[in-house]
Design a protein around this ligand. Structure first.
Ligand SMILES: Nc1ncnc2c1ncn2[C@@H]1O[C@H](COP(=O)(O)OP(=O)(O)OP(=O)(O)O)[C@@H](O)[C@H]1O
Ligand SMILES: [Mg+2]
Length: 491
């Protein structure tokens, strides 16, 4: 047999394998098969370093071991492999039964193993695993030459294995990133890619199919209701009711009857039985907005609803069962509220099982350009304006602002600018008032409609009530202006 040429062919085969197989499992088995075939061994396995296993290594590919007795059979070779892994030296024996190194190995005797070859796999100076081959048929199955061959073979195999593992890690990292990039698609109308916002979307995505209560916290205008709706719309309860209740909007007694319903005659004005919102939301989601404002007696009832899934209509004697998911939101620090005895601690803990905190816009400035372009596009469509984007100077202005009113304020400011803009790009000037010193950015709390009205009224005054000149000045059509003025007179 032409040994060198054969060796060359086997090494050539393995280099080709390195380049063609990217799945680590398949690669390991192929490597093992090449070694077994080339050295006419009968059995073999490959071990790789594994931090999770007790010995620090696991068998990752096996050929021809009897699976039922596999653990016994591996035990036979374990002394050999352990030595190779620790010393980094290959082991070759022509007659294992009489080799004094294996005297103590009962199973080598039992299995009548004659020849063993085992070589380390290395990556740099680290030992990353071992290839073990044996034969019970012939003594001298493996020669010194075979050790040389297998050592070169081993170093190639180690590189191949590392590459394949790295590839797999990259691939799964890639998939993870892709999934993350896909997150905004799941929540289509929710904009933001900053690290902090991604975390918000990730948690929101994880709680879609869980029925536990969710507590969304964050300053005013950070998107609490938006997230609550997105969780409902993408979760298992989609298609069912989403009922929003603002806890600060009603006095205690009305709020209770609004939430849980009442029976006829339970209080003055209760002319008939009435369903509460809890019942309206059955099967769906009850969104308790501004939960920090919930009066203490109603808090107790919400806790009961969460714990027992039970409630009682005002004035009723019987409890009713319901199946709803509760999502609560607040811009208050409920832990603080609980400390001050304004909020039940037990309800706080119950709600906060899943807490989602929305960062203020000033803490996720990376998202400002994205949000700005999104709102520009939307406002341009809504108000039929030819605005296409934002000038870099204006963007700087937007980035520098503190946005105390967060996304809501930001959105209003952009929409106003789109309505006012006369060109196709929003410039710095579009974010400033005529007088120059009063920045639209600093004026918060106005809705777009309020702002529009204020601006039109001021301009009308300036133009002494002349509508044509007012329209010209504002860059709108006379018809549009008249339509607006008529609208106000109908209010
Ligand atoms: N990430 C976002 N992408 C797109 N629009 C957003 C985003 N966050 C908030 N908005 C918009 O900002 C406005 C305010 O959001 P939302 O009403 O959800 O805030 P909130 O936290 O409930 O405010 P408040 O505390 O005042 O009730 C909404 O018009 C919403 O669509
Ligand atoms: Mg809100």
């Amino acid at each position: 047999m032409d040994q060198p040429k054969d060796n060359f062919n086997a090494l050539f085969e393995i280099t080709r394998t390195i380049n063609s197989i990217l799945d680590p499992g398949t690669l390991l088995e192929t490597v093992l098969d090449i070694a077994i075939r080339h050295l006419s061994a009968e059995r073999g396995f490959v071990m790789l370093a594994d931090n999770l296993s007790e010995s620090g290594y696991t068998v990752v590919a096996v050929r021809n071991f009897n699976s039922k007795k596999a653990s016994d059979e591996f035990a036979a070779s374990s002394s050999v492999v352990t030595s190779v892994l620790h010393t980094g030296e290959p082991v070759l024996t022509f007659d294992a039964m009489t080799d004094e190194r294996f005297e103590s190995s009962v199973s080598i005797m039992a299995q009548k193993i004659l020849s063993i070859i085992c070589i380390p796999l290395r990556a740099g100076d680290r030992i990353t695993g071992a290839v073990y081959l044996d034969s019970s048929k012939s003594r001298k199955a493996f020669t010194e030459d075979a050790v040389k061959f297998l050592t070169v073979f081993g170093s190639l195999a180690a590189i191949a294995i590392e590459n394949a593992q790295r590839y797999t890690t990259l691939e799964s990292e890639n998939n993870r990133l892709k999934q993350e990039v896909d997150l905004p698609h799941l929540f289509g109308n929710i904009i933001g890619k900053s690290e902090k916002w991604r975390k918000v979307l990730q948690i929101s995505q994880r709680v879609l199919d869980v029925d536990a209560a969710v507590l969304i916290t964050g300053e005013s205008g950070t998107g609490k209701e938006l997230i609550a709706r997105a969780i409902h719309d993408n979760g298992t309860r989609k298609g069912k009711a989403f009922v929003a209740v603002n806890a600060s909007a009603l006095p205690e007694n009305l709020l209770e009857s609004e939430l849980f319903g009442h029976v006829k005659g339970s209080f003055t004005g209760a002319a008939s039985d009435k369903k509460g919102l809890v019942e309206v939301a059955a099967g769906g989601t009850l969104f308790l907005d501004e939960i920090g404002e919930l009066p203490l007696p109603v808090q107790a009832k919400i806790l009961r609803l969460l714990q027992e899934k039970e409630y009682r209509r005002v004035g009723d004697t019987a409890n009713r069962k319901t199946d709803i998911r509760i999502i609560a939101a607040t811009n208050k620090d409920l832990a603080e509220e609980a400390k001050a005895n304004r909020f039940r601690e037990d309800l706080y803990f119950r709600l906060n099982v899943i807490g989602i905190h929305l960062p203020p816009l000033r803490e996720r400035k990376d998202d400002i350009p994205l949000l700005a372009n999104f709102f520009v596009k939307r406002a341009a469509e809504t108000y039929k304006r030819p605005v296409e984007g934002i000038h870099p100077d204006a963007m700087q202005l937007l980035l520098a602002n503190q946005w105390k009113g967060n996304v809501r304020e930001f959105q209003n400011v952009i929409e106003r600018a789109v309505v006012l803009c006369r060109g196709t790009l929003l410039t710095k000037e579009d974010f400033l008032f005529d007088s120059g010193d009063q920045s639209a950015l600093q004026k918060t709390g106005l809705t777009l409609a309020d702002f529009e009205r204020q601006l039109i009224e001021t301009t009308l005054q300036e133009m002494n009530g002349n509508r044509t000149r007012t329209a010209e000045r504002l860059g709108v059509s006379l018809r549009w202006l008249q339509y607006r003025i008529k609208e106000w007179s109908n209010e």
